[in-house]
Design a protein around this ligand. Structure first.
Ligand SMILES: Cc1cc2nc3c(=O)[nH]c(=O)nc-3n(C[C@H](O)[C@H](O)[C@H](O)COP(=O)(O)O)c2cc1C
Length: 365
């Protein structure tokens, strides 16, 4: 049967991936309340289409953080992508390069940041950073990313420790023995170089990530790197204002795919508040639950300049490697273009909050 949407890819991927990897990718924290909410909250916004406009040509060219792109749809950083297919991070980076969007490489990738840069030179690449207890390790990651052409540092703020991931606790998810966290293998200063044997990703995070980081570390990073710093994981107006005041250039409104604190709001629910607080000063982006063109359209209408997808690219890779990832991106891109045509928008700047209404507005009628 033809695969025509992300849901189809998800179902198909469930047939291809080994159970412990599948559970690692699929699951959220706690009772997975926020995991479901990330998807459902998009449904609570309706699109208000306008007709009898010339929609012969639609154009999704955009400018995100000063970088010219052909689409506002990008790939979120997800760890250990070669677990589901050997094309892994390189496959995803090349795939999103083909549609002209951003690729964010995870710190905990199964391909080194240098190899990804070399294999996907034409893709706009950002590097996602975790701050390690070993400061020299953090510094070297940033410098290496700068040296090989990554265009922004995305500091993940929402992982002082891992969320309560019941699936991982049950399965003790491990990397298969032939894979490693390749950003670290050459770094003799790090005791993470031989990660093949680690017992559960949770233990790794507890041992390595620095839970004491604060906005002072953000000040340090902003000064240390010549690249723009984007904070990923902001969910409140207060943290958005702090991100701005501490010199960050952008925010990814994210709840880490609902894998950290369960019961947090869906990202689309808090986006309007954050745009209202700092949208004129910073580039606001979003991830979490984006699965189709209408989701992208709604996020853009509510003020996001770009959106990122995490799991859908894992499903694409799992089904057919880089080609699967390309197809997933094409499907969502085509669906965005269709949504634009059917709602009377031909450029990114046409998509404003006039085109969406929250369901609560209709329940009052
Ligand atoms: C399996 C998995 C691994 C992830 N690894 C990382 C990571 O290494 N760094 C990070 O900042 N976010 C990570 N995330 C969060 C994603 O960047 C993103 O916020 C989330 O997947 C978006 O939600 P979606 O999967 O519904 O699209 C991960 C998410 C998943 C599902």
């Amino acid at each position: 049967m033809a695969l025509v949407c992300v849901e189809d890819y998800e179902k198909e991927a469930f047939r291809n991936i080994p159970k412990n990897a599948l559970e690692f990718y699929r699951s959220g924290a706690g009772s997975e309340f926020s995991l479901t909410l990330n998807i459902d909250a998009f449904k609570r916004w309706r699109i208000l289409p306008r007709f009898l406009r010339d929609v012969g040509e639609v154009n999704t060219d955009c400018n995100v953080l000063g970088y010219k792109l052909s689409t506002p749809i990008g790939v979120a950083p997800t760890g250990m992508q070669r677990t589901v297919h050997d094309d892994g991070e390189i496959g995803n980076a090349r795939a999103v390069g083909k549609v002209g969007g951003i690729f964010i490489l995870s710190t905990v990738s199964t391909t080194s940041l240098e190899e990804v840069a070399e294999a996907a030179p034409n893709t706009t690449k950002w590097f996602q950073l975790y701050i390690y207890k070993d400061q020299s390790l953090t510094e070297s990651l940033v410098r290496r990313a700068e040296n090989v052409g990554y265009k922004a540092i995305v500091l993940t703020a929402d992982v002082p420790c891992f969320g309560a991931r019941r699936a991982d606790a049950r399965n003790k998810f491990k990397l298969p023995p032939h894979l490693g966290l390749l950003n670290f293998q050459e770094d003799g200063s790090s005791n993470v170089k031989n990660m093949q044997g680690f017992s559960g990703i949770n233990e790794y995070v507890t041992a390595q990530f620095d839970p004491t980081i604060t906005w002072t570390d953000v000040d340090w990073l902003v000064k240390f790197t010549k690249l723009p710093v984007v904070v990923k994981g902001v969910l409140t107006r207060e943290d958005a204002l702090l991100a701005r005041d501490h010199g960050c250039r952008g925010i990814i409104v994210s709840n880490h795919g609902a894998r950290q604190l369960d019961s947090v709001p869906a990202t689309i629910e808090v986006l309007p508040t954050i745009v209202d607080a700092v949208g004129n000063d910073m580039t606001i982006m979003l991830d979490g639950g984006v699965r189709q063109g209408t989701d992208v359209f709604k996020a853009l209408a509510l003020g996001a300049k770009a959106v990122f997808m995490g799991r859908p690219l894992i499903w694409g890779l799992a089904v057919n490697g880089q080609k699967g990832a390309e197809h997933v991106l094409e499907l969502v891109q085509r669906d965005l273009e269709l949504t634009m045509k059917l709602s009377g928008c031909v450029n990114m700047s046409d998509i404003t909050k006039d085109y969406v209404a929250h369901e609560s507005q209709f329940s009052k009628l």
